[in-house]
Structures are given as structure tokens and as C-alpha cells.
Design a protein around this ligand. Structure first.
Ligand code: AMP
Ligand code: MG
Length: 347
């Protein structure tokens, strides 16, 4: 009898211990992160808030991803059924209808093309296809010189893409085969802005959307600002600099380490100089731009990469609310006065 009582006592005690453990279990999370493959890169959305289950935020995140997927179907040059691909398949030298949303991205793109003296070029898809960085399998050698020359010759024949407004909306004209839309250096930023807008509409106050090198954030990380690491351009596992940012703000990085191949000991990467038809060689290996709008940060970082530290810095200084950090091939780094960062690594 006594033995039985002891056994029952033991079992009860253990049940209490187990129930107690379950009760005080793991603390509820303060953040929730969802990751997807989108727009040719890894996109993650993190929200921060009161410890809880994040059911409402999860719905907002799904809506933000749906918006990014919708944008990808509009702007991708590679998807044959996208709005941009349809424009690119259109006739050259003829006015074609321009989708209003593509127009909203093209307008700042053309402005930055102008302001960067053509270093930023949203119409070089024929050239990026020639290099093939977005294709499978990725390239392992440069395209033949005569194809690059032909592209450049087409460029010299005709000035640039033209836009006009008509009674039925906007129209665009691609002068010849050397012109085709490539919004790859600006559309991810646009998608980040739109995703953040969706999150904010759904009542999310603190969120960060990271699409490869393009980040946008609202609010902060609990009581602290967001802590953002800039990837070390020569060590994928290390950060070169750390920033503390308070949303709403965006940070975009363009680097020669994102997509590249080595050929005869030389690095060939995906940011192309429209003046030479070759990957840019401005002495910059990574440039990060901070701006209130992710779309503008995205375009400016690509432009500044091609322009190099002097002209690139001049462009950033001339743009309202833009700040930048340039990491140079020789290991030095230069930044605008307002780009507060903790420098960690020397490339
Ligand atoms: P990002 O990573 O934002 O610097 O953008 C690079 C992508 O933009 C490339 O994969 C191309 O699709 C496209 N691109 C390459 N060079 C340029 C350029 N000079 N101006 C605009 N877009 C470019
Ligand atoms: Mg860009």
C-alpha cells in the first residue's frame, strides 16, 4: 500500500514538473521572419513587436510577398510573359504603349540615367543578355568582342529611349536592337518600397524587407534601431561595416561579388558600363547608398558603382537625402559625412 502511494506520489510530482516546464517553456518570440526566393534573390521579411504569435503580422507578410510576386511578373526582363518582356519583344523605331506601373519605375530610372551621365542605364538588357549573368548555367567567359562592338555601334547610332504622353496614356520608343528594358538595378528597390507600404497599411509598425542587396525598413527593432551589416566584399561570411538605422529608410548595396565569374585570372561581374559594354572598372568593389526610398537607393548604388569614388560621390552629394559608403579595390573606404557607420573589416 505504502509502495503504491509512493508510486502515485512520484507520478503526480513528475506530472506537475512537466506541466510546470511546459508552462514556463520558451519565451514568446519578439520577431517573426519569413524567407522566399523571389526576383532572382533571397527575400526575407522580418517584423518586430510585442512578444506573441504574430498571426496578424503573418497575414501582412503574405500580402507583402504577394505584392512583390506581382511586381516580378510585371518588371522581369527574363520572364517571357512579363509586361517588360512584352515591350522588349515589340518593334523597334515604333511607339509602343507603356504600362503605367513600368512608367512609374522608368521615370526615376531615366532621371538617374541623365544625372549619372549615362552610367545608370535602364535600357541595356540586350547587353546584359549577351553577358548572361542571369542565365542558367551562369557564364564562364566574356561574350565575343564583335557582339559587344555591335551593341555599342547600335548605341552610337541612336540616342536613347524616348517617352511621350498621348490621350491613351504614355508611350515609349526603343530606337533599335541595342535598346531593351532592364530594370534589374531599380525594380527590386521599387518592390521593397511596395512591400513596406503593404506592411504599414496592415498596421505593422516595425519591419525590415531584405531583397538581396536591397533593404528597406520601417520603425525599429524593439527599443533599439535596426542593426544592419554591410557584407564584406571579399569574405561572404564577414561584415565590413555596421549601421544603426531607424525607419523609414532604405539601404542598397551594389558589389562586384554578387554575380561574377573568373576568366584568365580576371573578375567579370554583372554591373555593366554602358560606355564600354564591359563590367565596370571604376576602382569601387562595393557601394552602399542610404536613401528614404529603396527604389532610389537601388538605382543610385548601381550608378555610383559605375561612376567610381569621385564622380559617384559627386552624384550622391547632389541627390537630396542620399548618403553613401564606397569600398575600394585597394582596401580604402570613403563615405559621405552623414553615413554614420562602424567600420569593421578591411577588404
Ligand atoms: P544592382 O545589383 O542593383 O547593382 O543591379 C545590377 C543589375 O542591373 C544587373 O544584373 C543588370 O540586370 C542591371 N544592370 C547592369 N549594369 C547596369 C547599369 N549600368 N545600369 C543599370 N542597370 C544595370
Ligand atoms: Mg541597384
Amino acid at each position: 500500500m505504502t509502495t503504491r502511494k509512493t508510486v502515485v506520489g512520484f507520478v503526480l510530482l513528475w506530472m506537475l514538473v512537466i506541466v510546470g516546464m511546459a508552462g514556463c517553456g520558451k519565451p514568446l518570440p519578439e520577431s517573426h521572419k519569413v524567407t522566399r526566393l523571389l526576383m532572382g534573390t533571397i527575400v526575407s521579411i522580418t517584423v518586430w513587436g510585442e512578444p506573441g504569435r504574430f498571426d496578424r503580422e503573418e497575414q501582412a507578410i503574405q500580402a507583402a510577398f504577394a505584392e512583390m510576386e506581382r511586381i516580378e511578373r510585371v518588371v522581369s526582363s527574363h520572364r517571357p510573359d512579363s509586361v517588360v518582356a512584352t515591350i522588349n519583344q515589340g518593334e523597334r523605331g515604333r511607339w509602343l504603349p507603356l504600362d503605367p506601373e513600368v512608367g512609374r519605375i522608368l521615370e526615376p530610372a531615366l532621371r538617374i540615367q541623365e544625372r549619372s551621365g549615362g552610367a545608370f542605364d535602364p535600357t541595356l538588357y540586350a547587353l546584359s543578355r549577351l553577358w548572361g549573368f542571369s542565365q542558367e548555367p551562369p557564364p564562364d567567359r566574356p561574350p565575343p568582342a564583335e557582339l559587344r562592338e555591335r551593341w555599342l555601334a547600335g548605341r552610337q547610332q541612336a540616342g536613347r529611349l524616348q517617352l511621350r504622353s498621348t490621350d491613351h496614356g504614355q508611350e515609349l520608343l526603343l530606337p533599335n536592337d541595342s535598346f531593351a528594358l532592364d530594370l534589374g538595378a531599380i525594380a527590386k528597390g521599387y518592390a521593397v518600397d511596395r512591400a513596406l507600404a503593404r506592411l504599414a497599411e496592415a498596421g505593422v509598425a516595425n519591419a525590415i524587407v531584405a531583397a538581396g542587396g536591397d533593404l528597406g525598413m520601417i520603425g525599429q527593432r524593439g527599443a533599439e534601431p535596426w542593426r544592419i551589416g554591410i557584407q564584406h566584399p571579399r569574405d561572404a561570411t564577414a561584415v565590413a561595416a555596421v549601421l544603426r538605422l531607424q525607419g523609414p529608410v532604405a539601404l542598397s548595396t551594389s558589389g562586384d561579388y554578387e554575380r561574377f565569374f573568373m576568366h584568365d585570372g580576371k573578375r567579370y561581374h554583372h554591373i555593366l558600363d554602358p560606355g564600354t559594354a564591359l563590367p565596370g572598372e571604376s576602382g569601387v568593389i562595393s557601394v552602399s547608398v542610404r536613401h528614404p526610398a529603396s527604389m532610389v537607393a537601388d538605382a543610385l548604388s548601381t550608378a555610383a558603382f559605375i561612376l567610381g569614388p569621385e564622380k559617384g560621390m559627386a552624384l550622391i552629394r547632389s541627390e537630396k537625402n542620399a548618403e553613401a559608403l564606397f569600398i575600394l579595390a585597394d582596401g580604402r573606404h570613403v563615405a559621405t559625412e552623414g553615413f554614420a557607420t562602424e567600420w569593421v573589416g578591411k577588404p
